[in-house]
Design a protein around this ligand. Structure first.
Ligand code: DNO
Length: 346
């Protein structure tokens, strides 16, 4: 297991030097945030960031993410143009020796929350999702963005996109995902890259948009589209966990056993209603996901992929990117490392 930490590049308020002081972190998960969605990632830019990460004593273990252009998800006539560019990005990351690529296939919105600073009883704050609040949001009214996303949308662009998606069914989205995979996975294989799709967060439809990577049956269907180690999963406990049908321990056992997880995101959540939850500190006792059980399954299958603590709370008055402060993710990393060490010794 390569314990890694997400770093948002040179503009991240959390520096590589800070991360260096968290014991046990070996890898950095990062991206070229300045490249517009869809454009090819140049080899030179990848190598420059890689050198910087390595000078700080880390390995660049995974790219999270190369965003997929909406034309690809929509299956528009322009899609081949964008898929060609996506393939070039994969080739370039392969040349640079970065082995894991995380991406998602969520229409328009990546992870979505109703609150970025819900106060917990101990005074820390966390990200939360309340379905009623989200259902009342009229997204066509204004500019929409969340920190940590690749994209921010101006009103008109967002309206055009929402109109385009109003015609698209879940089945259409599956077909478009299949088309994409059949073109990119052979390139990933040749390039020595393993791609891991990130599940939809939250794992249900929002704003009437189709979402298809939400449950175990979806993951099975996805993996069968192209049966290759390069077509694998980023298994995110905090994204799938809000749906209580998703038994994260069993799913980790199943997919790690088949060697179809390349990237593990460890995050805990507490369900507050059928479609509502808030995030918590990482330990099992703090939320509804059995994190120790999940880690045991990775250990059982000798998981050698990349694993990182995902979203933390904001504690000790830290300010910064919601979910991506230094302090609580460091506590999470130490919790994970402690469990792993214990499992190694057993
Ligand atoms: C949230 C992240 C996601 C993830 C993308 C992958 O914090 O887990 O934004 O990076 O969905 O493409």
């Amino acid at each position: 297991m390569k314990l890694s930490f997400r770093w948002y590049g040179p503009d991240d308020p959390v520096s590589l030097l800070h991360i260096r002081q968290v014991p046990v972190i070996r890898g950095i998960v990062s991206a070229l945030y300045h490249i517009p969605v869809g454009e090819t990632w140049p080899l030179k830019g990848i190598l420059t960031l890689k050198a910087r990460i390595e000078e700080s004593g880390f390995e660049w273990t995974a790219i999270e993410s190369i965003p997929v252009h909406e034309d690809i998800k929509l299956g528009n006539t322009q899609r081949d143009h964008w898929i060609d560019k996506y393939c070039d990005s994969i080739r370039n990351m392969g040349k640079a020796g970065i082995p894991v690529l995380c991406y998602n296939f969520m229409p328009v919105f990546d992870w979505t929350r109703s609150t970025l600073d819900m106060k917990l009883p101990d005074g820390s704050t966390c990200l939360a999702y309340d379905h009623d609040t989200i259902s009342r949001v009229d997204i066509k009214k204004g500019t929409f963005s969340l920190p940590g996303w690749a994209t921010a949308y101006e009103k008109d662009a967002l309206n055009r996109l929402m109109d385009a998606y109003s015609e698209l069914t879940e089945e259409d989205l599956w077909q478009n995902l299949g088309y994409f995979l059949k073109r990119v996975i052979p390139v990933a294989e040749e390039s020595g890259v393993r791609m891991g799709i990130h599940p939809d967060d939250p794992p249900w439809s929002i704003f009437g948009l189709p979402r298809i990577i939400c449950r175990e049956a979806d993951l099975d269907r996805f993996l069968n589209i192209v049966n290759s180690p390069s077509n694998s999963l980023t298994l995110c406990t905090g994204s799938l966990g809000p749906d209580e049908q998703n038994d994260m321990v069993r799913m980790t056992d199943k997919y790690a056993g088949k060697n179809r997880i390349v990237f593990a995101h460890i995050r805990n959540i507490k369900r507050t209603g059928p479609f509502s939850f808030h995030e918590t500190a990482h330990p099992t006792a703090c939320g509804d996901v059995n994190i120790i059980g999940v880690l045991k399954m990775y250990h059982k299958h000798n998981f050698t992929g990349v694993l990182r603590p995902d979203h933390g709370r904001m504690i000790w008055n830290e300010t910064g990117k919601p979910g991506y402060g230094l302090y609580d993710r460091s506590l999470g990393a130490m919790y994970i490392a402690g469990i792993w060490e214990g499992l190694n010794r057993d």
